[in-house]
Ligand binder design. Structure first.
Ligand SMILES: C[S@@+](CC[C@H](N)C(=O)[O-])C[C@H]1O[C@@H](n2cnc3c(N)ncnc32)[C@H](O)[C@@H]1O
Length: 197
């Protein structure tokens, strides 16, 4: 199997990890939604050995994730779970942290709703959800690079597109998540942290 590689993950994992180290300092069990290549999972599991890190994604991505896991074995890295947020049952375990990167603008809006609903249900009280990616504020994408990215996403698939922060935060509120911090990140991305009330 050809091992997948994401240059974006290689670029952003250090800066994301610096924030996760603080936010997840007292956490134990992390569920990652939409793990993609698996690069973030293996990196963060190594960086934060106090966590058990549960990757998940649609099954088509599992072979690639397993390639990364076999090259970077770690006892705190669990076998990936099949999780299409629209069609698969959510894991029955409860988590005190959830992480997802670059998923909200790729999934159809119905799936974004399903993701927040599932997280609201599985996250323990006091648990946190960290969502990384580009975001629109009051209808405006400030950076030209995000304007171009948004156009290319929508050209590729009509259901894709950079989401409006207020819509995302309204969903979070609906499913019992309270905004803690909206971190500006390099390359016009955000890392948003909510806590389950
Ligand atoms: C751009 S990739 C991001 C992957 C990785 N998190 C990263 O930052 O590189 C988008 C991910 O969202 C996942 N995804 C899309 N629709 C999904 C759904 N309905 N349920 C779960 N994951 C989904 C894709 O399989 C893919 O792994």
């Amino acid at each position: 199997m050809h091992k997948p590689f994401s240059q974006a993950c290689a670029n952003n994992q250090v800066v994301i990890g610096e924030i996760l180290e603080h936010v997840f300092a007292n956490k134990k069990h992390v569920l990652e939604v939409g793990s993609g290549t698996g690069q973030h999972g293996v990196w963060f599991a190594k960086k934060m050995p106090h966590l058990s890190w549960q990757m998940s994604d649609r099954e088509q991505n599992h072979a690639g994730i397993r390639c990364w896991m076999s090259d970077h074995p770690a006892s705190n890295l669990l076998s990936p779970l099949p999780l299409d947020v629209l069609s698969d049952p959510w894991p029955t375990a409860h988590y005190d942290a959830v992480y997802s990167a670059n998923t909200a603008h790729i999934m159809p809006w119905q799936a974004v709703i399903a993701m927040f609903s599932g997280i609201g249900e599985r996250l323990l009280s006091g648990g946190v959800f960290c969502l990384y990616g580009p975001m629109k504020y009051l209808g405006v994408l400030e950076a030209q690079s995000n304007v171009d990215f948004d156009a290319s996403l929508q050209q590729q698939f009509a259901h894709q597109g950079i989401r409006e922060f207020h819509d995302i935060n309204a969903l979070a509120t609906k499913y019992g998540l309270v905004l803690q911090k909206d971190h500006p990140m390099p390359a016009n991305n955000r890392l948003i942290v909510w806590q389950k009330s």
